[in-house]
Design a protein around this ligand. Structure first.
Ligand code: NIG
Ligand code: FE
Length: 416
């Protein structure tokens, strides 16, 4: 039996013809229907349109959305939300003047999280992570990518990926898993070459055998993994059918964007430091640039030059980078808001970046990210708001009233 949403003040991100992603000038267009209805059947979007053509008859449930917006849930294409403990003390160290790099050199940073995770059981890791997953769902996220990368040993990387798999089995949100074995160099290794050997020869085959990840990632950055390390890993990943989605240009521009494009990365993420040649390398490719404004905010580093990139004709996706070190928030509403304020992109561009383009950056564009017949009924009903611009405008507030995943309303209390 169908569920009818009626009297929707404005139905956002309506795409009659499915699109893969939007780029350049198209990003400024957010197609909507005012005074609309939407019909859900079997967890999918069955129909939608103007209230003038609203279907009549018997429904399992009729939801009156007077004064409220209805839109597809956020698509968060870059997170590390499976982690153990927290790094609040490093946050305070940074407030007192240390940089992210200085903290990492002192044995903090990713290695600090890895130590905690290695000493945390799989069950405990699951319990800590599910709290964050439930939290982001209640904030309107309906599809999320989650990375490993705080294990850094075979055992602990697999532990992380199994937790991601279990979350995927137990929650109605769409989850994609990324193997990020090359996130930092463990202390027990002299150099990245020998660690990359270990990742390729010892971990990757099991990740593939147990079907634990769809994507492969690497922190391609000065002081972490080089261009050569990145190439080796992406090549090996390709042999196992893993598609690259990589961390590049966060602190320094060393050619990571070009490597991503060369290996047909689905996305290149961070991009706080972009040279003209990096922007040019992304033109007319299928690689989605992903900006992570929460990370720029939290670390006080530059924001991705999204305005220039869109003006140059590129697409853009927005994600949270939810992780304990550089962005301890998975709130996509804040990502959208801070992107508007700090990157000077419009609400239309930001909403496109956080829905359809985010879906593309996870390979989920045919399932989520727009109001299109046949797509999953992963929906946000907002609180009564003046216009959709209020979502970024009212920064720090939560304008999400209800979240539906596969047509079923979810609430924190409802989770097991
Ligand atoms: O995306 N840059 C690499 N990885 C994470 C941060 C990891 C951490 O500090 O724990 C990021 O910012
Ligand atoms: Fe990240």
């Amino acid at each position: 039996m169908a569920i009818l949403f009626k009297n929707i003040k404005e139905l956002l991100q309506v795409r009659n013809e499915p699109v893969q992603f939007v780029s350049g000038k198209e990003m400024a267009i957010l197609p909507t229907i005012k005074n609309a209805f939407l019909l859900v059947e079997n967890g999918l979007i069955a129909d939608f349109g103007s209230m003038n053509s609203c279907p009549k008859g018997a429904f399992k449930e009729v939801i009156d959305c007077t004064g409220k917006m209805l839109m597809p849930t956020w698509c968060d294409s870059h997170t590390h939300l499976v982690y153990a403990g927290n790094r609040e003390s490093e946050f305070v160290d940074r407030i007192k003047g240390l940089t992210y790099e200085e903290i990492a050199t002192k044995g903090g940073g990713i290695l600090n999280s890895a130590k905690t995770l290695q000493n945390t059981s799989e069950d405990e890791l699951y319990n800590q992570s599910k709290v964050r997953l439930e939290e982001i769902i209640s904030l309107g996220t309906g599809a999320v990518e989650i990375k490993s990368g705080y294990g850094l040993t075979k055992e602990s990387e697999l532990k992380m990926l199994r937790v991601i798999k279990k979350l995927n089995e137990n929650y109605p949100i769409e989850i994609k898993a990324t193997f990020l074995g090359a996130h930092a160099l463990p202390k027990s290794y002299q150099n990245t070459t020998s660690y990359i050997d270990y990742v390729i020869n010892e971990i990757l085959p099991i990740v593939s055998q147990e079907n634990l990840a769809q994507f492969i990632d690497v922190f391609c950055e000065t002081g972490y993994f080089s261009i050569n390390d990145t190439e080796r890993l992406l090549k090996a990943g390709k042999q196992y059918g893993l598609i690259p989605k990589i961390h590049v240009n966060q602190f320094t521009a060393i050619g990571g964007v070009q490597v991503g494009v060369k290996y047909n990365a689905l996305s290149v993420d961070h991009l706080e430091e972009m040279r003209v040649e990096d922007i040019n390398a992304l033109k007319n490719t299928k690689t989605m640039p992903v900006a992570l404004p929460g990370c720029s905010f939290f670390l006080s580093i530059p924001y991705t030059p999204a305005r220039t990139m869109i003006d140059e004709g590129l697409p853009l996706a927005l994600a949270t980078d939810y992780n304990p070190g550089s962005s301890p928030s998975g709130n996509m509403n804040f990502a959208v808001s801070s992107a508007c304020v700090k990157m000077k992109i419009t609400p239309e561009e930001a909403i496109n970046a956080a829905t359809i383009n985010g879906a593309y950056a996870m390979g989920l564009q045919n399932k989520v990210g727009s109001i299109t017949k046949g797509k999953m009924a992963n929906l946000i009903v907002t609180k009564p708001i003046n216009s959709y611009g209020f979502i970024p405008y009212a920064f720090g507030e939560n304008k999400v009233e209800k979240v539906y995943l596969k047509g079923v309303e979810v609430s924190n209390e409802g989770f097991l």
